[in-house]
Ligand binder design. Structure first.
Ligand code: NDP
Ligand code: 8X3
Length: 250
C-alpha cells in the first residue's frame, strides 16, 4: 500500500506515518517543516526498509500542492490511501472579537487545503481505478461549542465534504472515511494558543486524553478493511469526554 499523509511532521500525522511504516508500507509525507520531514524520512527508511518520499509545501497554496503532486514519479502516483490530516485551530474566542488572520488560516488550511490536495490525488486514484480517502474531522465537526465558532465551521465543512466526496467518487471505486476525534494530546493546543505552552497544557490537565497513536491505530484499521467494506464515519473520544465540553477531570 502507498499512503500519502498530510501534516506528518507532528501529532496524529506523524504517528500514522510511523504505524504504516512499521507495517511495511511506502509513504509520501507532507508538511511545511522541512527538517522534521527529512528526519522522519531518514528514520523510517532505516528502521523499516520502506521508501518514504517527502514533499514540503504549504497546503494553503494551490500551486505548491498541484506542483508537488504532478512532479511525483509514476510509481508514486499510484497512491492507495490519502490521509487528509493537516489542519489546525487558531484561537478560541467569541465571534465578535474574532481574529481575521486566525479565521483565514483555519479556513485556508482545514477546508481549502484539504480540497486542493483531494482534487489532485483523487484524479490519480480515478486513473488507478481505486483509492481510499481518510479525512480527519473532529468532534468539532459534529457539534459546536462556545468560542469554537470558525474552527467548528471548518470541521463541519470537512464532515459535509466527506459525505459529498463519498457520493461523487462512488462510481470510481474510491472509499471515503471520516475519522472525528475528541481531545488528542499533540501540538494542536500549542498551535491554537499561538505557542503558549502553559495554556495548552491546561487543556489536558487532570484527564487522560487520546494519544496520536490511538488515532493512528484507527486510521490503520480503517485502511485495512477488505475491499468490499468501507467505514464511513467514526467519532472517537477519550473515555472521560462525552461531548466537546462535558469532560471529567480529577
Ligand atoms: P499538530 O499540530 O500536532 O499537527 C498538525 C499537522 O498539520 C502538522 O504536521 C502541520 O505541519 C500540518 N499543517 C498545519 N498547517 C499546515 C499547512 N498550512 N500546510 C501544510 N501542513 C500543515 O495537530 P494534530 O496532530 O492534533 O492535528 C491533526 C489533525 O487532527 C488536524 O486536522 C486537527 O484539526 C485534527 N484534530 C485534532 C484533535 C486534537 O485534539 N489534537 C482532535 C480532533 C481533530 P507543519 O506545521 O510542518 O506544516
Ligand atoms: C479538536 C478537538 O474539542 O478542541 O478538534 O475542538 S476540540
Amino acid at each position: 500500500m502507498l499512503v500519502l499523509i498530510t501534516g506528518a511532521t507532528s501529532g496524529i500525522g506523524k504517528s500514522t506515518a510511523e504505524l504504516f511504516a512499521k507495517n511495511g508500507h511506502d509513504l509520501i509525507i507532507t508538511g511545511r517543516r522541512e527538517e522534521r520531514l527529512s528526519e522522519l524520512k531518514t528514520q523510517l527508511e532505516s528502521d523499516f526498509k520502506i521508501k518514504v518520499t517527502s514533499l514540503c509545501f504549504d497546503i494553503r497554496k494551490l500551486s505548491e500542492v498541484e506542483n508537488s503532486i504532478s512532479q511525483l514519479s509514476e510509481a508514486n502516483k499510484k497512491i492507495d490511501v490519502l490521509v487528509n490530516n493537516a489542519g489546525l485551530a487558531a484561537g478560541l474566542g467569541p465571534i465578535q472579537n474574532g481574529n481575521i488572520d486566525h479565521w483565514e488560516r483555519m479556513i485556508d488550511t482545514n477546508v481549502k487545503g484539504l480540497l486542493y490536495i483531494t482534487r489532485a490525488v483523487s484524479n490519480l486514484m480515478i486513473e488507478n481505478k481505486k483509492g481510499h480517502i481518510i479525512n480527519i474531522g473532529s468532534v468539532a465537526g459534529k457539534e459546536v461549542y462556545a468560542n469554537g465558532n470558525v474552527y467548528c465551521a471548518t470541521k463541519h465543512a470537512v464532515d459535509a465534504l466527506s459525505k459529498s466526496m463519498r457520493i461523487d467518487l462512488l462510481s470510481h471505486n474510491i472509499k471515503v472515511t471520516a475519522i472525528n476525534p475528541g481531545m488528542v494530546e499533540t501540538e494542536f493546543s500549542v498551535v491554537r494558543f499561538d505557542g503558549d505552552e502553559a495554556k495548552a497544557k491546561k487543556v489536558y490537565e487532570g484527564l487522560q486524553p487520546l494519544t496520536p497513536e490511538d488515532i493512528a491505530e484507527t486510521i490503520y484499521w480503517v485502511a485495512n478493511r477488505p475491499a468490499h467494506v468501507n467505514i464511513n464515519d467514526i467519532l472517537i473520544m477519550p473515555t472521560v469526554q462525552a461531548t466537546a465540553t462535558n469532560v471529567i477531570r480529577n
